[in-house]
Structures are given as structure tokens and as C-alpha cells.
Design a binder for this molecule. Structure first.
Ligand code: ADP
Length: 366
């Protein structure tokens, strides 16, 4: 039976706890031992009490708690080969032979690299007499399974990442609050939302709250006339009797020449048409709070499937990432999902915005 370590890594997302719970309990159910690896990859690199076995009751009550109780981090050491060698040593000396990583594309890129390097790393440890021949033989292969935890919904090959819908719910709740005061004072609000290079949160929240205008990186407006267009649209809405103006600016918003579009610039344009305008940066409240029903469900069924994927893995099968496509939980080669995700940024940089939308593989692409 396997010894599985569960890691949450990169930016935290609501539902990561539910994933930890599901992996722990499914692992125990299938007769495995499950270990928490604390603080993302830092726990693997440091070892010791940062790797701790989890019992059934240790994950009780986690479904409704936001963030991740086992901690997450951006671990510089894991980006270096020596850090991954240390991680390999800590895994082998604890008898851990499988990793379930819940994180964004960065974390999953690191996971894939680790698996690729594993045969060399373990050979090196044997050569340096850090591990026994027997440990070498039993740990020749590393099993890695990815779960996509990210509020941004920026991973290709899956309709939704764990945390995205919770964050979206939080955003629209907050925009509704803003709308109430905006309408009372007849004001304009520029609302900045997270999403890094992905416009999913911006677009979805804009549609769900009936925003006047939305700026997202995958459908950038023209450098030469976005300001005029913004003015025209907002004035038209006002002329029709609207008492508030809401403009959503995604974190990665750009124009078609790749210049960033900032909330300040948008505000200045609205001030020019006479609107009393405020900027609201929602910030980290977007990450917090209890996961919504969908994320609890998604993390649970994907966590269970991650354990099954660990048990069914063979060296011939590439590391999978557990995805959801058209309402079905499916496994995809991790390396392909990560590679496709990187091509989106490349397409944006090449100003091929239609391709970027297509690659995102999201319904809003149309
Ligand atoms: P996210 O997983 O949310 O995209 P990051 O990109 O910050 O977040 O990645 C999280 C962590 O994953 C990093 O701090 C690092 O430990 C690991 N990681 C990311 N990219 C790599 C890489 N190319 N090689 C090795 N480790 C990586």
C-alpha cells in the first residue's frame, strides 16, 4: 500500500481544505497512509515535523473552512535542483512514494519536473550512500497526481479550478454592496478584481453583476479608442436612466498593444465625463471565506479520484491532473495541461487574442 503526501502549494484557494480532507479519507479508506506536507514544497524540502501523518479525525470539519490548514507557500528552494534532491531524500527516508499536489500551474509545473528528475535524484542519493539499496529499489518511481487549486480559473484542460466559483461568489457579493452605494449617490466605481493573467473572474463577475464595462486580458480593447468607447458606453447607460456606473478591471487587463490598463486610468476617463468616481480594489477578501457548494463538491470528488489515480498509476502512465470537463471528472496528462496553459500567455504576448481565448477552453471563449 502507498504512502501518500498531500501538498497545497502556490496561492491559496477556497476548497483546498476540502481536497486535503478528501485525499486523507480516501487514502485511509483504500488502506494507504496519508501525510500532510506543511507549507507547500517547503515541507518536502525541510522534512522533519513538516511531514506528518494524518488520521481520519485530523481532517474533521474542514469542508466549510476557507484557505488551507496545512499551509501553502512559494518555496524558492524547490525551484533549485538541490532543493528537489533534499525533497527526494525526505520522501524516501519517510517511505513516501506518492504526492498529490493541489495548486496552480506553477505548482504543477514543479511537480512534473520533480517526477521527471526523480530517477536521477534517487540514483544520486544512492551514489552518496544517503539511502540504502533497498530504499532505492522500492522508490525507483514517483507517483504524482495534480489537483488544480486556484481562484483564477486559469488552467487549460479543466472547466473549473478548485476555488474559482467561491471567489466569484465573493466578488459579486461585494460588487452588489458597492452597487447599492453607487446608485444612492449616483457614483461610478472602478472595481479591480484578481485573476493574474486570466480574465475569468473579471468577465464572470461583470456579467453576473451587470457591469457597464469589463476589461480582461483575453479581449483587449484598442489602444487608440478604448477611452472614447468607455465614455460612449457609460454615457449611453446614464442617458437611459442608470444611476450607477460599474467598471470591472481584471488584474491583468491590457490594451491591444499590450499596455497595462490600470484602474487609475479608467477612473480618469470616467471623471472626464463628469462622474464622481471611486476605485475599489477588492484585494485578498476575494481569496477568503468558506468555499461555495460547488468547490466543496469538486474538491471532494477530485480528491477521491486523485487517490484512485495514485493506486492505478504505473511508470508507463504520465502523471495525471484531475480535471472536470463537461461535468465529468477526467484525468489528463499533467504535462499537457501545463504546457497548454503556458501557450495562452504566449498567444497574448503575440497579440493573437482569438487563439488565447480558444486555448483557454472556457465557455466564455465564444
Ligand atoms: P501557483 O501554483 O499558484 O501557480 P507559483 O507559480 O508561485 O504558484 O508556484 C508555487 C510554487 O511551486 C513555487 O513557489 C515553487 O515552489 C513551485 N514551482 C513553481 N514553478 C516551478 C518550477 N518551474 N520548477 C520547480 N518548482 C516550481
Amino acid at each position: 500500500k502507498k504512502k501518500i503526501a498531500i501538498i497545497t502549494s502556490g496561492g491559496d484557494a477556497p476548497g483546498m481544505n476540502a481536497a486535503v480532507r478528501a485525499v486523507t479519507r480516501a487514502g485511509i479508506f483504500y488502506g494507504c497512509k496519508v501525510y500532510a506536507c506543511y507549507e507547500g514544497y517547503t515541507g518536502l524540502v525541510k522534512g522533519g515535523d513538516m511531514l506528518k501523518e494524518l488520521q481520519w479525525q485530523d481532517v474533521r470539519g474542514l469542508l466549510s473552512i476557507g484557505g488551507t490548514i496545512i499551509g501553502t507557500a512559494r518555496c524558492k528552494e524547490f525551484r533549485e535542483r538541490w532543493g528537489r534532491l533534499q525533497a527526494c531524500y525526505n520522501m524516501v527516508s519517510n517511505g513516501i512514494d506518492a504526492l498529490v499536489v493541489c495548486g496552480g500551474d506553477g505548482s504543477l509545473t514543479g511537480a512534473d519536473l520533480f517526477r521527471k528528475e526523480w530517477p536521477e535524484l534517487i540514483k544520486e542519493l544512492l551514489g552518496e550512500d544517503k539511502i540504502t539499496k533497498e530504499q532505492y529499489e522500492t522508490h525507483r518511481n514517483l507517483t504524482i497526481v495534480g489537483l488544480v487549486g486556484s481562484i483564477d480559473n486559469d488552467m487549460c484542460g479543466t472547466d473549473s479550478t478548485i476555488g474559482a466559483y467561491s471567489s466569484l461568489e465573493r466578488i459579486i457579493e461585494l460588487v452588489d454592496y458597492i452597487d447599492a452605494t453607487a446608485a444612492s449617490h449616483s457614483r461610478a466605481f472602478v472595481v479591480e478584481v484578481m485573476g493574474r493573467h486570466c480574465g475569468w473572474l473579471g468577465l464572470m463577475s461583470g456579467i453576473a453583476t451587470g457591469a457597464d464595462y469589463i476589461f480582461i486580458p483575453e479581449r483587449p480593447p484598442s489602444e487608440s479608442n478604448w477611452k472614447d468607447d468607455l465614455k460612449k458606453v457609460c454615457l449611453r447607460h446614464r442617458e437611459k436612466g442608470r444611476r450607477k456606473t460599474t467598471v470591472i478591471v481584471a488584474e491583468g487587463a491590457i490594451d491591444d498593444q499590450l499596455n497595462p490598463i490600470t484602474s487609475e486610468e479608467v477612473k480618469d476617463v470616467l471623471v472626464e465625463i463628469g462622474l464622481d468616481t471611486r476605485i475599489t480594489r477588492l484585494g485578498h477578501v476575494q481569496r477568503g471565506g468558506a468555499p461555495c457548494a460547488f468547490d466543496r463538491f469538486l474538491a471532494t470528488v477530485q480528491g477521491v479520484d486523485a487517490v484512485r489515480a495514485v493506486l492505478e498509476s504505473t511508470p508507463a502512465i504520465p502523471s495525471p491532473v484531475i480535471s472536470i470537463l463537461e461535468n465529468k471528472i477526467v484525468r489528463q496528462p499533467l504535462v499537457e495541461s501545463v504546457a497548454q496553459t503556458k501557450t495562452v500567455s504566449a498567444a497574448i504576448e503575440a497579440k493573437d487574442f482569438d487563439k488565447a481565448l480558444q486555448l483557454r477552453d472556457q465557455e466564455f471563449a465564444t
